[in-house]
Design a protein around this ligand. Structure first.
Ligand code: S3P
Length: 447
């Protein structure tokens, strides 16, 4: 038995991780491009006038879904595996596609695209996704878009995909979102590009602001009121193609930050990671847990801050993760739960009900799968309570399932390295949604 072994691959991959063969995480690694920025670069490129050049695009399944949808609407996207990907934009005049647009597993693709499609007068679009995406709530974008004049119909009383969109000329609006969601905010701002007048979105706390940064870079006129967490797009706007350098994804780096923090002897450098303050909640949470992480070589990559992150093993302690911190680490809760198992004391994660409507119910799945490994986790309606077992703790190998959720598959693989036995992860292929090379890096970095 090697450290990692594929033990079944039809119809899904089951991967065995031999925890007895894993060692400290050392050396230096790079992780793939930021998923959020990759989606936005492809989408803004597709609706801009002229050519957009993208370096460092994530080659995961999610951005591939975005590229396929916009190619079907007339954008000319070059081969995605080149060093540079180019997008010849449509100038905002998307073609009516011949067939249903498939967003796959990607909530960002579907929700952001809905804003653009709803605002294409006289054109019809049908959109769908995989089983997970078809069960995720779309009312959060359909309701505000409908108030702006959109005509969107769908399953379950117009709340679930598949959806049909009859494009319309939409009206200016000010939407007070009940949730801090970058997908909701970005959907409405993208709709606003073809509206005569202002589109304002106010959120309860700040969600990731990649759309705002990139829309400005592509020439849109935006006003931001950080005191009220409001952003206004002054429409209409004709975007112009740009060059985008995509930094590595801090949400992918998070797996290695935690792996090294909980594994004695680790000292790992993760290069070129995006440290946009709306995304660095994981660094704040790990700092509160006494993790040893330093930021080196801070710099800027086309409007997004970047740094190399060095992480060394340390004795973690429990902490509380709640409130405005949650949207800033929304995708990192499963891996932070793994970190909390190796802390001294209890970690309480609250205000995190949004995790129930991600690619899986991440509160339920994180609790159920880590419990199978001997972790003590109590699931609350809006969070998790994790009893830390200390730095010397060892989990028990078990038969686990990713529930086709990429971040669960990778979090469980990191947990599996801290056992002395075999862990089986069913449906491990889900990792490819955001991190196709995850398991190769796991083999290389854990010696
Ligand atoms: C994303 C926003 C987040 C995040 C998702 C990507 C984005 O969702 O969970 O993985 O690119 O806008 P919400 O902001 O809707 O919570």
């Amino acid at each position: 038995m090697t450290f990692l072994q594929l033990i079944d691959q039809s119809p899904h991959k089951t991967l065995a991780v031999d925890g007895s063969r894993s060692g400290p995480f050392t050396g230096s690694i790079t992780v793939p491009g930021d998923k959020s920025i990759s989606h936005r670069a492809l989408m803004l490129g597709a609706i801009a006038q002229g050519t957009t050049r993208i370096k460092g695009l994530l080659l995961g399944e999610d951005p591939r879904s975005t590229a396929a949808c916009f190619s079907a609407m007339g954008a000319k996207v070059s081969a995605l595996d080149g060093e540079w990907v180019t997008v010849e934009g449509t100038g905002g005049n998307l073609q009516e596609p011949d067939n249903v647009l498939d967003a796959g597993n990607s909530g960002t693709t579907l929700r952001l695209m809905l804003g653009l499609l709803a605002a294409q007068p006289g054109k019809f679009f049908a959109v769908t996704g995989d089983g997970s995406l078809r069960s995720r709530p779309m009312k959060r974008v359909i309701a505000p878009l409908s108030q702006m004049g959109a005509a969107i119909a769908g399953k379950a009383d117009n709340t679930l995909a598949p959806l049909g969109i009859q494009g319309k000329q939409l009206n200016p609006s000010h939407y007070h979102s009940p949730i801090a969601s970058a997908q909701v905010k970005s959907c409405l701002l993208l709709a606003g590009l073809s509206i005569n007048g202002d589109t304002t979105v106010t959120e309860p706390s700040l969600s990731r602001d990649h759309s705002e940064r990139m829309l400005k870079a592509f020439g849109a006129n935006l006003s931001i009121d950080s005191a009220t967490h409001s952003v206004t797009l002054h429409g209409p706007a004709q975007l112009q193609g740009q060059t985008v350098i995509v930094p590595s994804d801090i949400s992918s780096a998070a797996f290695w930050l935690v792996a090294a923090a909980i594994t004695p002897g680790s000292n790992l450098l993760i290069e070129n990671v995006g440290i946009n303050p709306t995304r660095t909640g994981v660094l704040d949470a790990l700092a509160a847990m006494n993790a040893d992480i330093t930021l080196e070589n801070q710099r800027d990559a086309t409007g997004e801050p970047v740094a190399d992150l060095r992480v060394r093993h340390s004795q973690l302690r429990g902490c509380t993760i709640d409130g405005e911190l949650i949207p800033r680490l929304i995708d990192e809760v499963p891996i932070l739960a793994v970190a909390a198992l190796f802390a001294e004391g209890t970690t309480l994660i609250t205000d995190a009900a949004e995790l129930r409507v991600k690619e899986s119910d991440r509160l339920a799945v994180t609790a159920s799968e880590l419990t199978k490994m001997g972790g003590q986790i109590v699931e609350h309606p809006e969070g998790l309570e994790i009893t830390g077992m200390g730095a010397k703790a060892v989990l028990t190998g078990a038969k686990l399932d990713s529930f086709t959720d990429h971040r669960i598959a990778m979090s469980l693989a990191i947990a599996a390295t801290r056992t002395h036995s075999l862990t089986q992860i069913e449906r491990a292929e889900a990792a490819a949604v955001s991190y196709p090379s995850f398991f190769e890096t796991l083999s290389a970095a854990s010696h």
